[in-house]
Design a protein around this ligand. Structure first.
Ligand code: OAD
Ligand code: ZN
Length: 238
């Protein structure tokens, strides 16, 4: 287990697919029957906040009813088993990594279980529904709360921290992401430019960024990731 000191795992919708959470690009361009631009942009929220709130309330409810799968558990095991520093950078807004036991998780696209006040900027843990009639628990404004989600056209969270992690890492694994949404899709290029890390992709099918990875395994994350993690733990390298 000594070979790698700093492991970064980038995860996308594909890692939660086997838990029953819909991915973004496998359904004819629709995400849960909606066009992304109708529910996941600041313009959509300005135009029809009730619709956007209802959409994210439904996503929040759905995620509460599903469980982590073998791929989430494998990553939690990697973090616990190793004397290596493991960070998960996830594009997912569900909390399945945390519920599988991972501690070191950066949600670069936000979290379903949080809402944010557009007036005082306070962030609140949230279960159940949030509407335009819900008051901000901190400043009392109404309407005030929006999903704590990074929408298209907004800047992802933790970018400084992520840049530092990519610079330091010696193993970069990308799991269940189509490699189409930036900046996450460009992380592998940054790592290749530093020239220090082994890179591996684990995805159902070759991603857009496949040619940038040194190694690729294609199939279900729930089948492949436990094997991959076991190899790292046992031999120090995949
Ligand atoms: P996508 O839906 O674009 O890609 C999911 C990928 O997972 C696809 O390449 C699938 O082939 C693969 N996949 C599906 N099932 C899998 C399985 N069981 N095991 C392994 N791989 C599987 O999702 P993301 O790449 O995560 O952004 O999308 C990136 C961002 O675009 C999202 O975070 C979201 C979206 O719009 C925001 O909401 C800001
Ligand atoms: Zn407030």
């Amino acid at each position: 287990m000594a070979k790698y000191k700093n492991i970064v795992v980038l995860t996308g919708a594909g890692i939660s697919a086997e838990s029953g959470v819909a991915t973004f690009r496998d359904n004819g361009g629709l995400w849960e029957q909606h066009r992304v631009q109708d529910v996941a942009t600041p313009e959509a929220f300005a135009r029809d906040p009730e619709l956007v709130q209802r959409f994210y309330n439904a996503r929040r409810q759905n995620v509460g009813s599903v469980e982590p799968n073998a791929a989430h558990v494998a990553l939690a095991n990697l973090e616990q088993a190793s004397d290596t520093h493991v960070t998960i950078i996830t594009q997912n807004v569900d909390d399945l990594h945390e519920r599988a036991g991972s501690k070191n998780v950066l949600h670069m696209h936000g979290e379903l279980c949080k809402v944010r006040c557009i007036h005082c900027n306070s962030v609140h843990h949230w279960q159940g529904d949030c509407t335009q009639q819900t008051k901000c628990p901190k400043c009392g404004a109404m309407p005030a709360l929006r999903p704590h989600i990074v929408w298209f056209g907004e800047i992802p969270f933790y970018m400084d921290e992520i840049e530092d992690l990519l610079y330091k890492c010696d193993l970069f694994v990308s799991v269940g992401t189509s490699g189409t949404v930036y900046p996450a899709a460009g992380f592998v290029n940054a790592i290749n430019a530093y020239g220090r890390a082994h890179t591996a992709e684990i995805n159902l099918e070759p991603s857009e960024g496949i040619s940038n990875f040194a190694e690729a395994r294609h199939g279900k994350a729930g089948d492949l990731l436990p094997v991959f993690v076991e190899e790292i733990i046992r031999s120090g390298e995949p």
